[in-house]
Design a protein around this ligand. Structure first.
Ligand code: GRF
Length: 203
């Protein structure tokens, strides 16, 4: 499966996906990295790994729709079959998301449906939860609300602050995302309507 990864920053999840996809039997090939921010650190890593990496600066487009159309053209030009959002900090138009229904996934640093949106570790500490974590889900127009593919949980420890919690979860994100992409790219998890259907042998 031909995969594009969309980033906005350092791209630590992109790195985890690129490294996992080096395995000869991995069911996806990372063939493109796009960033909405030209200064995203992840672009250099992707280029060094020999993966075409380009910035499509959202500030260069007058509307959300024209930016999304520019993204769509880049994805179509290289026959992308599946899109992975990894620290991508833009909200898409509903039309763009619906065109990629079942073929666009995202990682969110909380146990959805808890703590949608940003500053999820602050939300978790404020709520006093003892378990927190990360979620990989299919992307739908509603933010952070798509059908769930995989999750990983970590304990919230006394003395945790947002940074210590984020660091503990990031370790899990870098394990969870490659595993979740392999399920979807390998056809073992797929979107049917608003539900994820798994092969019988998937945990
Ligand atoms: C991570 O917490 C990820 O869950 C969220 O953005 C943060 C940074 O991701 N989407 P990355 O290091 O840019 O992949």
């Amino acid at each position: 499966t031909r995969v594009a990864i969309l980033i906005s920053g350092r791209g630590s999840n992109m790195i985890a996906l690129i490294e996992a996809a080096r395995a000869p039997d991995y069911p996806a090939e990372i063939v493109l990295v796009l960033s909405n921010r030209p200064e995203a650190g992840g672009l250099a890593y992707a280029a060094a790994a020999g993966i075409p990496a380009r910035a499509i600066d959202h500030k260069a487009y007058p509307t959300r729709e024209t930016f999304d159309a520019a993204l769509q053209a880049e994805l179509d030009a290289v026959g992308i079959e599946l899109v992975c959002l990894a620290g991508f900090m833009r909200i898409f138009s509903a039309g763009f998301v619906e065109a990629w229904a079942g073929r666009m996934i995202n990682i969110h640093p909380s146990l959805l449906p808890l703590f949608r949106g940003t500053r999820t570790h602050e939300q978790a500490l404020e709520a006093g939860v003892r378990l927190h974590g990360c979620t990989v889900h299919f992307v739908i127009p509603e933010l952070d609300a798509g059908p769930i593919i995989a999750q990983a949980a970590v304990p919230v420890l006394s003395g945790d602050d947002p940074d210590s919690l984020a660091a503990r979860i990031l370790v899990q994100e870098h394990r969870l995302y490659p595993a979740a992409l392999a399920l979807v790219a390998g056809g073992k998890a797929r979107l049917e309507g608003d539900r994820v259907v798994f092969d019988a042998d998937v945990a």
